[in-house]
Design a protein around this ligand. Structure first.
Ligand code: PRT
Ligand code: ZN
Length: 286
């Protein structure tokens, strides 16, 4: 039987769609029928296990799955000896302390002796210990944000992305203690065959992620400004330069980091660049 790498992804929730998208962007075809527990890809030796996110680190640890995609928060909370393969960057959130409106908060010390409700007792306890704050941690698996109102806790420590949930429960976010994104984790003792499949997958994941970080840019420029333009663009390689009929001009093509894109565009305009075209890059490998 052909060896397949087994990847655990969240069955349904905040991580599901983006986890599957990144695999699909790698050119791997599958049905993604989330009613299934297990599914094989058509054109790559991997199979999917659709699970609850909380269960993913454990399944990878036990070797039921070989790799998995999970929030860093879940991975650190469970603190299992797994390999972190890649930060995938999506599903950003933070774990924050929030208190009822009117609570006088002046740093973690304000929580001394109080009750804090959270689903992340491990991460919170570590942070409180570092700050030498002695508080009582109430572990709660869901709806942490309602606990102050019903008198169960004085403050909470919960995941936040927009902050809307806290606001609608009359809570104020006072301190972020931890930041999370989705990560790919792996079983540390994969067989040689599985490791080889993983390497092939990671090459593709890297190419997809790198492409997302860059734009392809093309423009015409007076030749005399070519050196300055190359310096502005920076990047991995010198740009591709093509002569134009008008000999005092040339056409330039290059890749530009997404984060610097607007800056670069303005500076090129100021140099006299014309006909600037920008396109997304689908894949990019070294
Ligand atoms: O059913 P299953 O157990 O698989 O899913 P789940 O309900 O436990 O997890 P899910 O899908 O809610 O979250 C999965 C992962 O997404 C988390 O482990 C985080 O890594 C990440 N993530 C990103 C978030 C959020 N953003 C987030 N905002 N997880 C939860 N929230 C919750 C938060 O707990 C709070 O209730 O959303 C609410 C706050 O959101 P805002 O936008 O109002 O601030
Ligand atoms: Zn969960």
């Amino acid at each position: 039987m052909e060896t397949r790498l087994r990847i655990a992804v969240q069955k349904s929730g905040r991580l599901s769609e983006k986890s599957l998208k990144i695999i699909r962007d790698c050119g791997i075809k599958f049905g993604s029928d989330s009613r299934l527990l297990k599914e094989e890809a058509d054109n790559f030796p991997i199979e999917f296990l659709y699970l609850r996110d909380d269960d993913i680190p454990r399944y990878v640890y036990d070797g039921v799955a070989d790799i998995g995609i999970v929030g860093r928060n879940e991975f650190d909370e469970q603190d299992l000896p797994l390999e972190e393969l890649k930060d995938l960057g999506f599903s950003k959130c933070r774990l924050s302390i929030a208190v009822p409106e009117g609570f006088p908060y002046h740093g973690l010390k304000s929580l001394e002796g109080l009750r804090i409700a959270t689903s992340y007792p491990g991460i919170l306890a570590k942070k409180l210990k570092e700050a030498t704050v002695d508080a009582r941690i109430y572990e709660i698996s869901g709806s942490v944000e309602i606990t102050p109102a019903i008198g169960v806790a004085d403050a909470i420590c919960d995941l936040v992305s927009t902050g809307a949930t806290l606001a609608s429960n009359g809570l104020r976010e006072v301190e972020a203690i931890y930041y999370s994104t989705a990560i790919m984790i792996g079983h540390p003792g994969l067989s040689m065959e599985k490791r080889a499949i993983l390497d092939r997958l990671m090459l593709r994941v890297d190419a997809v992620m790198r492409a997302d970080d860059y734009k392809y840019i093309m423009f015409n420029l007076p030749k005399e400004h070519l050196d300055q333009a190359a310096a502005i663009i920076g990047g991995m390689k010198s740009p591709t330069v093509t002569p134009l009929l008008d000999e005092s001009w040339c056409a330039v093509q290059s890749v530009v980091q997404e984060s610097r894109f607007w800056d670069v565009l303005e500076q090129l305009k100021a140099l006299g660049a014309q006909g600037i075209l920008v396109t997304a890059i689908e894949k990019m490998a070294d």
